[in-house]
Design a protein around this ligand. Structure first.
Ligand code: HEM
Length: 386
């Protein structure tokens, strides 16, 4: 099998290799990465819906196996029953009602961004559009002051880099971010607001307040999870629209279809390419026996192109696809907490962008970030026109 899960270069164009995996060895052992690669949609769903047999606590990143779990205080690494207790604390912040009241602010930010874009000139859509919106929104939700947002972006980017490789720079960034959040938490203890950090400080799990380490873990997770992911959906989604001008034109004429289109862009781009689980007992995935302690990688990118779930148009973009049971936000116990927020931000951003600029053309090769976790563009040169 020409599959190299530990090599960031493999992810540049993995689709043919994934198709072979799905057809020939849907649960395949990667000896180099020491992990079972799960490539079919049905198997990814089955593992995701069974947290008792496939736990998160022993690692969710491909690299967690080698270096140990670094983020034990993140909700993503918790297993039942603690997992739901912690998730409940922040759930209200992501409730659909809350998102409805947040939408005007997101629209205002999106409008400001679109107002600043040049017409008929090459510019980098990642830097000007995809980076600022999610960053400003999550900073608003956490109650982070505007002046600190540049540092915030740097820290968040370096933490994503650390998912692929530890460097001195990204370790220093993690430390700086911890110190920054520790100071914000200290300040909010004295002066609570209606931001998410204040909610977490005052929240209780079984009558107990969260510890300092748990608070810090939560803040880091929300920042990292809420930032780069949505950025990649906006940048990868824009690229997909530019590469499918007929569908783009149809969408511009029918912007009410945006919610459905955003989900298809999620399937197409799959911003988070995989997460892992560990088998807690001897068991099976599909027809394959796996042993207690084995690491199992859920290949969302492959599952989202599985012909068995999406039919013979699985490898085509169809912005009107319905139903669309993609696993871009995962599935089951750990289904993305920010899914509705990410959908809303992306919908509002494209709504503002396409009203103003119905034509998007690529103006050079997109530049991909080397990563084994994120399908991320570092640069996307485009020209917009009306
Ligand atoms: C397009 C944007 C996004 C994508 C593609 C994405 C993807 C994912 C995926 C694949 C998972 C794991 C699901 C699983 O293991 O079953 C996840 C979990 C999570 N996401 Fe997102 N996410 C996005 C945006 C956000 C946003 C905006 C936030 C918050 C501000 C967020 C917060 C989280 C959290 C806290 C978890 C852990 C949930 C848990 O363990 O219970 N995500 N996300």
């Amino acid at each position: 099998m020409n599959v190299r899960l530990k090599d960031p270069a493999f992810y540049l164009d993995p689709h043919d290799a994934y198709r072979r995996l799905r057809d020939e060895e849907p649960v395949w052992w990667d000896e180099e990465a020491k992990v079972w690669a799960v490539s079919r949609h049905a198997d990814v769903m089955a593992v995701s819906r069974d947290p008792k047999t496939f736990c998160n606590g022993k690692g969710v990143l491909l690299t967690d196996r080698e270096r140990g779990v670094a983020a034990t205080n993140s909700v993503l690494y918790l297993d039942p029953p603690e997992h739901q207790q912690h998730r409940k604390l922040v759930n209200p912040g992501f409730h659909p009602h809350r998102l409805v009241s947040l939408e005007p602010r997101v629209r205002e930010l999106a409008k400001q961004i679109v107002d600043g874009l040049p017409e008929g000139e090459v510019f980098d859509l990642v830097e000007e559009v995809a980076v600022p919106l999610p960053l400003l929104v999550i900073a608003d939700m956490l109650g982070i002051p505007g002046d600190d947002r540049d540092a915030f972006k740097k820290w968040s980017d370096l933490l994503i880099e650390a998912a692929t490789e530890f460097t001195e720079e990204n370790m220093t960034a993690a430390l700086e971010l911890f110190q920054y959040f520790a100071a914000v938490i200290e300040e909010r203890r004295g002066q609570p607001g209606d931001d998410m950090i204040s909610v977490l400080i005052n929240g209780e799990v079984e009558g107990e307040r969260l510890t300092e380490a748990e608070l810090l873990g939560f803040c880091m997770t929300l920042l990292v999870a809420g930032n780069e992911t949505t950025r990649n959906l906006i940048s990868g989604g824009t690229r997909a629209l530019a590469e499918h001008p007929d569908q783009l034109a149809r969408l511009v004429a029918d912007l009410d279809a945006l919610p459905v289109a955003v989900d298809e862009l999620l399937r197409w781009v799959t911003p988070v390419m995989s997460f892992a689980r560990t088998a807690t007992c001897d068991t099976q995935v599909g027809d394959q026996a796996v042993r207690e302690g084995d690491f199992v990688l859920l290949l969302y990118t492959s599952a989202n192109r599985d012909e068995r779930a999406f039919g013979d148009t699985a490898d085509q973009l169809d912005l009107w696809r319905s139903p669309n049971p993609h696993v871009g936000f995962g599935f089951g116990e750990h289904f993305c907490l920010g899914a509705n927020l990410a959908r809303m931000e992306t919908r509002v951003m494209f709504d503002e962008l396409l009203r103003r600029f119905p034509r998007i053309e690529l103006a050079g090769e997109p530049d991909r970030l080397p990563s084994v976790l994120m399908n991320s563009l570092q640069r996307l040169p485009v020209v917009l026109s009306s």
